[in-house]
Write a protein that binds this ligand. Structure first.
Ligand SMILES: [Zn+2]
Length: 383
């Protein structure tokens, strides 16, 4: 049991992040872990976060949708959590996967406003409608996770539907996210720069590429570290990045960020760190066809360059066209610029393209390329 719970917590860890390009909804961890009515279990449980993330995934018809969690600092020592859960949350905090705050206040709504994300909460924010008009003007921007038949379901605060709605980044958010920021506090997990920090500070620094920095808080118009309350220094323009997605059998399995700093390998099981592993979603035939490292993707002066590094080759589908006659072969060792809506196809039904151009839950399902593995890896133990 203990081992299984650790595995579930590891799976959840892959779904929390403060990267503005990858997070798909904002929530307050202290609130979500106390949704006792979801399972009738302990007063607080980190597994409820997994249940809510699963529900988001089902609603968005997409695998691996990460959430942006704001965390009250008191949670790191909350006696209602198990010691294992507290340790996990502290690790997330050290790694900058969650945003820890002395007083979250309305930070959850600020993040949602800056990034244009939906909010998952049962709290009503009647007093803040003036500052965040989308609370009432955009049905589906704020959803309450409530108990449902097969796990939590969502009910929109306005409009009542179950579908999370993404908005645009606010003008302030777009401005803040055009720059990179530096916190003067040593070892800051969110806007790191100085030395020191927790046991995981080195790891956090490696993983916190400038392109993935969270949005600063705005205090009286001044970009501020939400964790330390310090004024952030402007460290220059944020490096360019492109959000790509892998779609398998018509369903987006995961998104990833391509930066100019480092190419990304995609394949059955690429050796390089940061590679996108597809193996778990492939059937035997697709697994035989697709090489361990099949594609190399690079971002060069804003253009996505795809190079086939496989044994069997790939194909380009211009503008996402599913017409066979329009498919352009991409032979091994050939490179090509991936146009705006182009997709590269490793095997029928296994595609990579820009996340914004790759609809998910599409009716296109060839003879299943899906592995036996369930869509979501999480199996929640009954309390
Ligand atoms: Zn800081």
């Amino acid at each position: 049991m203990r081992f299984e719970i650790s595995k579930v917590l590891d799976a959840i860890e892959g779904r929390v992040c403060t990267d503005p390009s990858l997070a798909r909804a904002v929530l307050d961890l202290a609130e979500v872990i106390r949704y006792q009515d979801l399972d009738g279990g302990r007063p607080a449980s980190l597994l409820r976060l997994g249940m809510v993330i699963d529900a988001l995934s089902r609603q968005m018809e997409e695998d691996s949708v990460p959430v942006y969690a704001v965390v009250h600092r008191a949670l790191l020592s909350d006696a209602d959590l198990t010691s294992n859960e507290r340790m996990v949350v502290r690790r997330w905090a050290d790694d900058g996967l969650v945003e820890v705050l002395d007083n979250p206040g309305d930070r959850m709504l600020e993040v949602a406003d800056l990034l244009g994300l939906p909010v998952l909460t049962r709290v009503r924010f009647d007093g803040l409608r003036g500052r965040f008009p989308w609370l009432v003007e955009q049905p589906g921007r704020v959803l309450a996770p409530v108990p449902g038949a097969g796990g939590p379901v969502f009910v929109a605060h306005v409009g009542g539907g179950p579908t999370p709605v993404e908005g645009d980044r606010s003008p302030a958010g777009a401005k803040l996210l055009a720059r990179q920021w530096r916190c003067p506090e040593p070892g800051c997990a969110l806007f790191g720069g100085g030395g020191g920090g927790g046991a995981f500070a080195d790891l956090a620094r490696v993983e916190r590429a400038p392109a993935g920095q969270p949005p600063p808080a705005l205090r009286n118009g001044v970009p501020t570290c939400p964790r330390h309350g310090t004024r952030l220094g402007d460290a220059g323009p944020r490096p360019r990045s492109e959000v790509l997605a892998v779609r398998i059998g018509g369903l987006v399995r995961r998104r990833f960020v391509l930066t100019e700093e480092q190419p990304v390998l995609v394949g059955r099981a690429p050796d390089a760190s940061g590679g996108i592993v597809l193996g778990q979603w492939l059937n035997d035939e697709a697994r035989r066809w697709i090489s361990r490292s099949h594609l190399r993707l690079e971002l060069r002066v804003g253009e996505v360059i795809v190079t086939d590094v496989s044994t069997n080759g790939s194909g380009i589908r211009p503008h996402g066209s599913m017409t066979e006659a329009e498919r352009v072969p991409l032979a091994p060792n050939q490179s090509r610029v991936l146009g705006g809506a182009d997709m590269v196809e490793l095997y029928p039904g296994v595609q990579v393209g820009r996340a914004g151009e790759l609809p998910t839950g599409a009716p296109f399902t060839p003879t299943s390329v899906m592995a036996e593995a369930p869509t979501m890896a999480m199996r929640l133990p009954r309390p």
